[in-house]
Design a protein around this ligand. Sequence first.
Ligand SMILES: C[S@@+](CC[C@H](N)C(=O)[O-])C[C@H]1O[C@@H](n2cnc3c(N)ncnc32)[C@H](O)[C@@H]1O
Length: 251
Amino acid sequence: LRGGRASRSSQAVAAYRAMLERPSTPGGDAGAQARMTRGMRPAGGEKLREHLVVRTRFFDGQVLAAIAAGITQVVILGAGYDDRPLRFAAPRVRFFELDQASTQAGKRRRLQRIGGDLGSIALVAADFRTDDAARALASAGHDASAASLFVCEGLLVYLDEAANVTLLRQLRDCAAPASRLAASLAIHPDGEDSEQVKASANAIRRNAASEPWLTILPASGQRELVARAGWEILEEGPQLRGMLCVVAGPA
Ligand SMILES: C[S@@+](CC[C@H](N)C(=O)[O-])C[C@H]1O[C@@H](n2cnc3c(N)ncnc32)[C@H](O)[C@@H]1O
């Protein structure tokens, strides 16, 4: 994110997500996303909306599956205005949310305004281009010896390839054996030029100047990047026009 403002793209996706029918845990707050995003402008593009429906279902399912499997740490990278710590609140489960300081400050204000329980959420300011995510997590009380679910939804496209590998390696460094990484990856058809694909995509994006897309690869390139960072893909989720979702475990 350039310019020190709260992320606009995270507001647009969260405001759109507030319009979707979604599950919640018995003690969770199913209305939190709508209250948190009051006044925000929802994402408007048809393709993005289609992606959001599919990827929201995928990531909601991953969080619920992790909680059902006994994982007690859910780490959301580039969390923006994600409501999952409130929607999926569960006994003994701690949520860690990492994002840039400006977005975290806006998120904290909104959570306080809607009376969100900040006790079970660690809001951590980190810039993945310069900060070590594992170190930031440790200082927020993350236990690297216990399994975690790491969620990278709509994030990795905003980091360049080197920063993608660095971040995923840092997560690998604090991932106990039963941990899982759930990530959405931006892809393009084989044979197309990645630089041209990015340039054409950014040319028509509303927030491209402040939040450019930096990593779009063929699916094989994304799989190779995940492997290079020390993760083994265990399952591939939905893949549709430009997006592949994966679940990985520590290699
Ligand atoms: C499209 S939003 C997605 C937000 C959230 N994951 C969701 O799906 O609702 C991308 C998020 O990544 C964050 N982000 C982008 N670059 C980042 C960086 N270098 N360090 C930390 N967070 C970053 C933005 O601030 C923003 O909240």
